[in-house]
Write a protein that binds this ligand. Sequence first.
Ligand code: MC0
Length: 144
Amino acid sequence: MLTRIDHIGIACFDLDKTVEFYRATYGFEVFHSEVNEEQGVREAMLKINDTGDGGASYLQLLEPTREDSTVAKWLAKNGEGVHHIAFGTADVDGDAADIKSKGVRVLYDEPRIGSMGSRITFLHPKDCGGVLTELVTSATTTEH
Ligand code: MC0
């Protein structure tokens, strides 16, 4: 069951500059940052709020680390902006299988490692009304 918005992914050319915009404009601070080599991104997670299921909601700022990454490709075509939304679930495997059975393409056969050790998969944007959609099971929170 999808229980929360885990994050909204925002693609940018310059992560440090974008982090500073969110800090100076809204007062949001970086909760966590990391490089995900597999996904080809450097990212900053800005925690917005805790959620009733023991998880949290974040803004995820994404800067590409290589030219052939999906985010670099998307930035070249669209410029900066909202890249994807992510729903939190206690069971990414089960929810991905259920959604796949409804005819939506799930992009990974097995969930991969996402931010903060989470397990993630993606749904094809062409099957989701133009919205790249991610499913996330957090590594550290206890969701029910
Ligand atoms: C591509 N398309 C999108 C899109 N990316 N539509 C909405 N939102 C996006 N973000 C559209 C294109 O405009 C194009 O439509 C069509 O999908 C095919 O795209 P493409 O540019 O030809 O590229 P493909 O097919 O090679 O790849 C698209 C696909 C890819 C969605 C399969 O981006 C992908 O695998 N994404 C999942 C992984 C990802 O995005 N990782 C970065 C975040 P037209 O109409 O022009 O044909 S990593 C992350 O977020 C992790 C670290 C985390 O959360 O923990």
